[in-house]
Ligand binder design. Structure first.
Ligand SMILES: CC(C)(COP(=O)(O)OP(=O)(O)OC[C@H]1O[C@@H](n2cnc3c(N)ncnc32)[C@H](O)[C@@H]1OP(=O)(O)O)[C@@H](O)C(=O)NCCC(=O)NCCS
Length: 187
């Protein structure tokens, strides 16, 4: 079995990552349409490097593969980073690498599943993310999930003569609606 339904939604589920998928991840992170939106766009990531990274993160907490519920196909990944249990904060990162799945609500649902896990299992309170100002699809996806803009780091993403802002967004546990985890417990 390649994937496990750790957190299940209606369209997709979050599974522990599978190291055997290194080639698929390498393909996606070398696709400029995907990676222009990601922090490591400037890096050259080979299959060997990606496999090493997957081997490392597969042994750590809070890294998930995003799997289409109907087909059981890998479509992307998401992670919680810098988890601080004392102050109840963390940061999220997400990508849907299979572009055929863009604009169909998979990003929103995968992120909602990760937020549900963050707020209702890890009992975190504030989840933050960074997004480039030109990434309109991601901005819309994050707004749909309930993230709010909290700041702008101006001219901090540079492509030659062009400069773009980095937008910071966050969401509080009290603003998160629609926990799917609640349905697991009858009290
Ligand atoms: C960003 C990403 C995770 C979003 O996932 P997704 O499944 O495409 O997102 P959703 O379908 O849930 O939502 C996308 C929304 O953006 C809208 N959208 C798409 N292109 C848009 C544009 N140019 N301007 C404004 N809105 C746009 C869609 O219509 C949709 O909104 P709607 O549901 O109100 O119609 C995914 O596209 C992705 O991984 N992209 C590449 C990597 C990336 O950008 N990662 C995030 C880095 S911060």
């Amino acid at each position: 079995m390649k994937y496990f339904k750790k957190i299940k939604g209606k369209k997709c589920y979050l599974s522990p990552v599978n190291v055997e998928d290194a080639e698929k991840y390498t393909e996606w992170i070398n696709d400029p349409e995907v990676s222009v939106n990601l922090t490591f766009f400037s890096k050259v990531i080979s299959f060997a490097k990606e496999k090493e990274l997957l081997e490392k993160i597969s042994k750590e907490d809070y890294h998930f593969a995003v799997i289409d519920l109907e087909s059981d196909d890998l479509i992307g990944g998401c992670s919680l980073n810098n988890v601080d249990p004392f102050n109840k904060t963390a940061e999220v990162g997400i990508f849907i690498g299979n572009k055929a799945y863009w604009n169909k609500g998979y990003g929103e649902e995968a992120l909602r599943l990760l937020l549900d896990y963050s707020f209702n299992i890890l009992n975190l309170n504030n989840i933050m993310l960074n997004v480039y100002s030109y990434n309109k699809r991601a901005l819309r996806c994050y707004e749909k999930c309930g993230f709010k803009k909290i700041g702008i780091r101006r001219d901090s993403k540079v492509f030659g003569a062009k400069k773009y802002d980095i937008i910071l967004m966050d969401i509080l546990s009290r603003d998160f609606k629609g926990s799917m985890i609640e349905s697991l417990i009858s009290d």
